[in-house]
Design a protein around this ligand. Structure first.
Ligand code: ZN
Length: 254
């Protein structure tokens, strides 16, 4: 840990907020695995972790760092927990902790910037996208026409987000699990088109693979998916878990 950025936390102290050579801090032992510092001027003691992403952390620092690195690489909460031998609920608490700290850090570092130019990566993507980089959906558009339907998340990113959302939540039974696939695909605008078809197919295939075959007329399924979309787009937006319970009830014939 870089101690040159630490400063006395006592607002009454003359050295409050001063860092580096201006701060007069000495080591004052350890508590809960965290180094404590003492201000030589006012004798105020505080943890060296105050104001960092480690503040109040109970897990060992190295395990926390390892876990956060894996989350940043896109590993799921469950996979990260398995890899580092921690409980998944512990890892789940790290995400908002690190997220909040990153936001504070960026707010602190990226301010009063006077920009004279800006890189147009996105424009390049739309104007000069090469044929071989087109997605299957874009190729279909070129061949059969239609609009490019802005607002969807892109097949890979959207589908991955939907799978993670399903994987990282708790479900009471197989119907809720299946319903979650449909809900997150519809709710997340995963694909440029066909989200209702893909979502319902994902739910039914999941049930089939788990030994449950849902016997419903196609027209009934279509009605249900249209209703799901209507509810998903309502204001105020519904919670995903409410939609999951509602759809699961229908799948399970309840
Ligand atoms: Zn002080």
């Amino acid at each position: 840990m870089d101690l040159t950025t630490c400063s006395c936390r006592n607002r009454q102290c003359d050295r409050y907020g001063l860092t580096g050579g201006q701060a007069r801090l000495v080591h004052a032992g350890w508590r809960h695995g965290a180094l404590r510092l003492e201000c030589v001027d006012c004798r105020h003691r505080f943890s060296a972790r105050v104001g960092t992403a480690y503040a109040g952390l109970r897990s060992p620092e190295l395990i926390f760092q390892d876990g956060v690195r894996q989350l940043a690489e896109g590993a799921s909460i469950r996979a990260t927990a398995r890899n580092i031998g921690c409980d998944k609920d512990t890892v789940a608490q790290w995400l908002p902790r690190v997220g909040r700290h990153c936001q504070r850090l960026l707010d602190y570092c990226l301010r009063d910037l006077h920009l004279t130019e800006c890189q147009l990566d996105e424009l390049w993507t739309f104007v000069y996208k090469k044929e071989k980089h087109l997605t299957a959906f874009e190729k279909m558009l070129g061949r059969y026409g239609g609009s490019s339907l802005p607002g969807h998340r892109g097949e890979l990113e959207g589908a991955t987000a939907a799978v993670l959302a399903v994987e990282n939540a708790y479900y009471g039974d197989v119907f809720e699990f299946a319903a979650a696939y449909a809900v997150y695909i519809v709710l997340g605008h995963v694909f440029g088109a066909g989200n209702k078809r893909t979502g319902s197919a994902a739910a039914l295939v999941f049930l089939h693979l788990n030994g449950v075959d849902v016997d419903r007329r196609p027209a009934e399924l279509l009605d249900r998916m249209l209703e799901l979309q209507k509810r998903a787009e309502a204001t105020p937006p519904p919670s995903a878990s409410d939609l999951v319970s509602w759809f699961a009830g229908w799948l399970g014939g309840r």
